[in-house]
Design a protein around this ligand. Sequence first.
Ligand SMILES: [Zn+2]
Length: 561
Amino acid sequence: MTAIFNRLSTLSTFLIRSPTQSRIILLVTAFIMLTANWSLFERILEIYPFKLAGLPFLLSLAVFFSALTAIFFLCICHGRATRWMLALFLIVASQAAYYMDQFGVIVDIVMIDNIMQTNPQEFAGLLSINLAIRTLLFGIIPAWLIIQYCPKPSNIRQELKSKLRWIGLMLILLALAITPFTAGYASFMREHKITRYYANPTYTTYSAIKYLMQQINVAKALPLKHLAQDAKMIGPSSRPELMIMVVGETARADRFSLNGYHKETNPLLAKQSVVSLTNVQSCGTSTGVSVPCMFSSLGRKGYDKEKALNQENALDVLFDHGVQILWRDNNSDSKGVATRMKYEDFKSPTLNPSCEGECRDIGMLSGLDKYIEARRGKDILIVLHQMGNHGPEYYRRYPKQFEKFKPMCMTGELQNCTQQEIDNSYDNAILYTDYFLSNVIDFLKKYDNDRATAMLYVADHGESLGEKGFYLHAAPYLIAPKEQTHVPAIVWMGKHFDYSQQQLLPYKDLALSHDDLFCTLLVAFEIDAKMCAAKEEVLMQNLDFKSVLMKQGAIKKTVAN
Ligand SMILES: [Zn+2]
């Protein structure tokens, strides 16, 4: 302790002697890099274990993160606000560092949301002696020193000049640090994205800004248009429903062996009693269009982003009728679909236990039992938004044991791979989805006695893999090749669900699309709404639903069966 105080007083003597704001900013940067970034350097050392030969690259990474942090502070600290900004960031960084070091969490947007929703009891549970000591030593005392000794701005122009000079110097330093290791940085940035999330306080600040923007956007949204106000839940059903809907990513229907693909990409689903709907068209050719569109009632032709955001979607209607909804995301986000629902981010190790460079879809099943058990007797819909076959780096979408088809394309630069290599890595990722979906089904089977269980999987859009020279997706719908719009859709139903495999099988080749999802979800939860009447023919295969409606005289025509 005495040693630390001695050091601090030497430091402050130096500061008093040559007190320019820029120098103080650099000192605070050095202090934060040394005291609040242990997790960051720990992760880096996990990826690149300490070896003499690797030392230059490790040093370069240290310079890289330090220079970026210095630039960040030089940009945001000005005039009289400098001392307060630095003091604030010293305290924030010490807090964030404590939780990162102690619990391995990342202070991302979800974490900030959690913090904002923490109640006093939960907050008390998080306090500890270690936290207090660390906050005092690395947060409050240095912050107090800065407030005491940080010089007032001398001359605005001079101050600006000095900061710009330092920013320039930092940029040169960055260039010098990166240039000898460009290949190393390319792989570090691509393969170890998560590591950057530990950069403190830059990533913390980025998350806080993102959170703030999100709150502002929610606040200024137009009043929500309510839908299906005539809807009512018919029933009652004997058992509460438990449905897991998997929203797939970049999966092509023709690459599923269930649909006749010559390579065995569905070895596990083939053993489950599933129905593969072979003729389903997507709403869009990108995640940003397809995901909000499939949950909206607008349909492909009527779809408009703003319109969809400002009116209720299928989840809202279900929620209004007492269905418990949980959205877990391992993709990007829910694209506005789950804005009003319980939402959990599985793209970082905070919640996802299966992260190895990138977080795996299978991690989304973790802890689901608790969620279900806490909602005994209630209908539940869980949406799992997959990373799936997101390209172009298909080879990164699956763990090693799924490298069944070889040789694979091991780069995102598809032009450097042969057709066979591209196909193989893409198909291995489908194989991983097969494993994931089969696990979802096995998970549901545990609840099969007490609940009406079902899984519905549908992908958001497909992918071009070199057909006619096209790659990836997002082609305008009118000219989009079928590889981008023909998506896989798979249904599994437990023994108490309202539909059975036998009932559904005759309809497996029926022309369906994302437009049908809205009413499919409503009917699956036995919600009767006028707006879904037009879809009776397909959806009335729900026999419970049909018989109740018939008794009520609501169905006039006989539904083809
Ligand atoms: Zn997508």
